[in-house]
Design a binder for this molecule. Structure first.
Ligand code: FAD
Ligand code: NAG
Ligand code: NAG
Ligand code: NAG
Ligand code: NAG
Ligand code: NAG
Ligand code: NAG
Ligand code: NAG
Ligand code: NAG
Ligand code: NAG
Ligand code: NAG
Length: 613
């Protein structure tokens, strides 16, 4: 295998428009036109050449594909996307919304956390997408922005008004393509808060569920649980219909299917290299100050054949909240003494890399219900499931066009909660929830008979802070992932209250004659006993997969943080970070929307700084 041709084909494959290549054998067939474009690539041992073309290198995840799309709007900018995973196409589980829980492990990084002290030493699964589209290709598709106050706090922490809710609305609308096919008396939304001409489809569920009317009744009859027509208005408190990143024809929309859709991937200046792992970023050999301009990567099946590509303008690091600090640390960008202890030469001392890793803990509760028409009816019956799958394939209709999430509820802890005697409220303000209830019209943990109601309880304002660090100096080893679940007293308090809230909710009049066992999966517990709830939490809590903060932005000149508010890596030239890791405060929501919005603005910041279109 030639060490350098892999890259060149992607940079210059102008006759291969629309083609994504994945192996060296394909590359050699296309070798000729590689030269035509005058690519600038050097092999691992060769001298570095200077690129005469413009080049930026995002990674092909949620944020990376936004950047790739926006930057290649200017035909003079050449972008290479290097993605460790493969192609998202032709995989049913990555297309059919309801099949999300069955997505095979091979499309994820198959990470686990280190043993969690707060969970009696349990390690928990830590999913990230390992596929074009990154985590947006495997996630739950829930579309939630968080509160206006969340973004105003991000603006405050970073010292950049540009990250405030009002100023980001332009980007919210650039991203969102509201495509809901339904307009019935139940499934309503507020059109004025949505974008209709953006990139990624957002819809309400096409499926009517037996719990729809009850959900409405429960919210009508209780002041504690108000209805909210549209939790994406910036004011999320209350209960309402789930909005999801699903097309009007019932298919998952990811950053790969939207931002890298057919009409974009065709661009001659956009090249996507799949199945290649980035190992390190490398500094330029000389020049004033520290300047990083090269990326070392290898084919995942044989990383011994390492290659280097040089970025003429910038390297955009979009490897996500785990991948980004992992790559930075292996590049010698991190805490000097920790890196030295591992035998990694420090290229730039930046102690915040990998710190402040913030994750939402979740726990799941479920109840048996007096209803035989829940999703359990087909998740448990292979014949019926196959019929619905056929319906999805042939007609793009039926229950598999929706995700498993039917409704969301956002609630605050009462202001007089005793925990606020010992900690300041971590939420961004009084219109921001602490707790999310995410409903499924069926059991989440399968049960042999009967129908169920399932709720995932998210603590959306966790105070625990974890880290991403290195176990060894080998970039192919898994990093140490520590979300520090339940380490903070506030997190334990809030999740105990979340359980009590959920039990109060299903005990409210709307659920009369529906819930068969008031305590459901908690029936063996005395709910008033904190100790018993803590034990339940230690045994049941999982990671919510919404991590942020591990390469946080901070004010220009701050003594902490990893990037400036324009997302440039502090203290060096040539690297920008654009993904969930830069978010300094976790939104009170699922995180894909925040990532998309931040990436949209980041694309403009990059264009501005280079004067490109
Ligand atoms: C199972 C799951 C369910 C979720 N559900 C929801 C939901 O319902 N709603 C919601 O809003 N959010 C959800 N999220 C969270 C949301 O998907 C993420 O916050 C968001 O997608 C993160 O985007 P990102 O760009 O930061 O990272 P990613 O999208 O993860 O992109 C990182 C990319 O970099 C690649 N990469 C990493 N390291 C390397 C390397 N060394 N070399 C080459 N490539 C590399 C990865 O393969 C990946 O493609 C979920 C996440 C998961 C994992
Ligand atoms: C995932 O990781 C576990 C160990 O944590 C391993 O046993 C399993 O084989 C891996 N699965 C895949 C598909 O790689
Ligand atoms: C952030 O908020 C605090 C408290 O309201 C305020 O004192 C400070 O000036 C704000 N900082 C910025 C940069 O907006
Ligand atoms: C949807 O329903 C609302 C309320 O009944 C109505 O005002 C609106 O015109 C409808 N929109 C469409 C597109 O049918
Ligand atoms: C079951 O629910 C589906 C979806 O809400 C609905 O279309 C169907 O009519 C219901 N079937 C019965 C027997 O109630
Ligand atoms: C973590 O973030 C806080 C701000 O939220 C900051 O004050 C602190 O310095 C950060 N810690 C590190 C190690 O970066
Ligand atoms: C559900 O099915 C069971 C067993 O067939 C039956 O006893 C029960 O009455 C049914 N419940 C409803 C609400 O139809
Ligand atoms: C499974 O679904 C098929 C097709 O709808 C139906 O005929 C059969 O009775 C179901 N089986 C059970 C055990 O409910
Ligand atoms: C598709 O829809 C048509 C028309 O409603 C129906 O006759 C057919 O059975 C459906 N096909 C599947 C596989 O569900
Ligand atoms: C908080 O206030 C509510 C309503 O006033 C009251 O019912 C509750 O007991 C108070 N809780 C605490 C812990 O003081
Ligand atoms: C860390 O590295 C050691 C030595 O290679 C290995 O035994 C251990 O399993 C690694 N730990 C994790 C969490 O990967």
């Amino acid at each position: 295998m030639l060490p350098w041709d892999v890259f060149m084909i992607f940079l210059l494959g102008s006759s291969a428009l629309g083609e994504i290549l994945m192996s060296a054998s394909e590359v050699s067939r296309n070798y000729d036109f590689v030269i035509v474009g005058g690519a600038c690539v050097v092999s691992f041992c060769a001298l570095r050449l200077t690129c005469t073309i413009l080049l930026m290198i995002p990674l092909g995840g949620t944020a990376g594909n936004v950047i790739a799309n926006r930057l290649t709007e200017d035909p003079d900018i050449r972008v290479l996307v290097v993605e460790s995973g493969g192609l998202n196409e032709d995989v049913l589980e990555l297309q059919v919304p309801f099949l999300m829980p069955q997505i095979p492990i091979k499309y994820t990084w198959n990470f686990t956390t280190i043993p969690q002290v707060g969970l009696e030493g349990r390690s928990v699964i830590y999913n990230r997408g390992h596929i074009l589209g990154g985590s947006s290709s495997i996630n739950g598709m829930v579309y939630t922005r968080g509160s206006a106050e969340d973004y105003d706090l991000i603006a405050n922490i970073s010292g950049d008004e540009g990250w405030s809710w009002d100023r980001l609305q332009h980007y919210v609308k650039k991203h969102e393509r509201w495509s809901s096919p339904v307009n019935n008396s139940l499934h309503l939304f507020r059109p004025e808060v949505h974008g209709f001409r953006g990139m990624t489809s957002v819809t309400l569920s096409k499926t009517r569920h037996s719990i729809d009317d009850r959900m409405l009744k429960a919210t009508e009859e209780s002041s504690e649980f108000p209805f909210n027509t549209d939790y994406n208005s910036g004011q999320p408190l209350g209960f309402g219909w789930a909005q999801s990143t699903i097309t009007s024809s019932g298919r998952r929309d990811s950053s790969a299917t939207s931002y890298l859709g057919a009409r974009f991937i065709r661009r001659a200046n956009l090249h996507v290299l799949l199945n290649h792992r980035v190992l390190r970023l490398l500094p330029a050999p000389s020049g004033p100050g520290v300047h990083f301009n090269a990326v070392e990567y290898g084919e995942i099946v044989d990383v011994s054949s390492r290659q280097i590509v040089v970025a003429a303008k910038e390297i955009i690091l979009s490897a996500g909240s785990v991948g980004t600090p992992h790559i930075l640390l292996h590049s010698g960008i991190g805490d000097d003494s920790t890196l030295s202890a591992l035998g990694i030469k420090t290229t730039h001392h930046l102690p915040s890399v990998g710190q402040n890793f913030t994750e939402q803990p979740i726990t799941i509760v479920q109840w048996p219900v007096d209803d035989n028409n829940t999703t359990d009816q087909f998740t448990r019956n292979a014949t019926l499931m196959a019929e619905f799958l056929d319906e999805w394939k042939f007609n793009r209709s039926g229950p598999l066009t929706s995700s498993t999430t039917t409704h969301l509820g956002y609630l605050r802890l009462p202001g007089n909660s005793t925990v606020f005697d010992i900690v300041a409220d971590p939420s961004a303000g009084v219109n921001t929830p602490h707790i999310e209830l995410s409903f499924s019209n069926g059991f989440i943990f399968p049960v042999p008979t009967g129908g169920g109601l399932g709720v995932i309880l998210f603590l959306v304002t966790p105070m625990s802070r974890g880290s991403i660090s290195l176990n060894t100096s080998d970039p192919l080893d898994q990093p140490l992932i520590d979300p520090a679940l339940l380490m903070h007293e506030f997190d334990r308090f809030a999740l105990r209250e979340a359980i009590r809230l959920a039990l109060r909710f299903v005990a409210s009049p709307g659920w009369e004659d529906y819930i068969l066992e008031p305590s459901g999966s908690l029936s063996s517990l005395d709910i008033s006993d904190d100790g018993q709830l803590d034990a339940f939490l230690r045994a049941s809590v999982l990671a919510g997969f919404h991590s942020v903060g591990s390469a946080s932005m901070s004010p220009r000149g701050a003594r902490w943080g990893v990037t400036d508010p324009d997302l440039r890596l502090k203290g060096v030239r040539g690297i920008r970070v654009v993904d969930a890791s830069v978010i300094p405060h976790i939104p009170s929501a699922h995180t894909q929307t925040a990532v998309y919005i931040i990436a949209e603005r980041a694309a403009d910041l990059i264009k501005e700084s280079w004067g490109t279109r």
